[in-house]
Design a binder for this molecule. Sequence first.
Ligand code: ATP
Ligand code: MG
Length: 270
Amino acid sequence: MIRLVISNQRGGVAKTTTAVILARSFAAKGRKVLLIDTDSQGSIRTILGLKPEFHLADFLIRNMAFRECVVHACENVDVVCSNRDTTEAEVTLSNSPFRELTFERLFSEHEDAYDVILIDVAPSITLSQQCAMVYAQQVLVPVGMETLSLQGAVAAVNAAAALNRFFKKGLNVRTIGLLPVMVDRRLALTSMVLDSLKQLSADTGVPVLPVIRTDSAVPKAARVRKFLADFDPNSKALADYNDVASLLLKSLDSQHERSEANEPAQAKSA
Ligand SMILES: Nc1ncnc2c1ncn2[C@@H]1O[C@H](COP(=O)(O)OP(=O)(O)OP(=O)(O)O)[C@@H](O)[C@H]1O
Ligand SMILES: [Mg+2]
């Protein structure tokens, strides 16, 4: 089971794009994927043209059954969509005890039907984002080729570290990769941002993943409400995302195997 939050505290840096394209890439590799939108903008619903009857808030605070709040987007991909009610749900949940554990409490019951859970979040740190980080414990940070995006990436890495401090030893949220997105090497700023990313990687120990190139097919696919793989299977951004998906599967799968192998040993020593 792979759980991953796609986060950057800056807006418009391809968080939703990355979540949607990676979901489809994992699905094409035979993994069953649950994609959860926690951003009240509800962008996943919009860019995939989904028409859910119920949304995340209905599942979180209105006791709707999970299966009622999921829409099937394509083979192997289910989506929990978001809308403005997510903000209301966050206000309601903010008064509940152990509120950061809400996703852990509600989604873990249903996760066995999936191999991968991907969570898209808003650019600001919301309660949903904290819940998502506590539940998934792994964060992927897309970074656009501009300075504010880099600052947003630093803020996302720090937010994960802050949660770990808050929960002391009970939590280990890890940023598993910095993903350069919308990369156009003809632009002067690109090499500067890539250099800064290398420095951030050296400072934090978080690896920089292979880049995703700028590709006009990405916004075009969103405009016609299609997955990029269905709109333009030869798109260069898709090829880049597929490479990253393979890399992530390899490293997260092997990590999972390692932790499973350690479990009996830990149990023995306990
Ligand atoms: N590789 C790419 N090439 C060209 N355009 C891209 C690429 N990736 C994303 N975009 C475009 O960048 C814009 C912002 O992307 P997206 O909505 O995924 O960002 P976001 O980080 O989720 O934004 P927000 O913070 O508002 O949720 C969209 O118009 C999207 O189509
Ligand atoms: Mg988004």
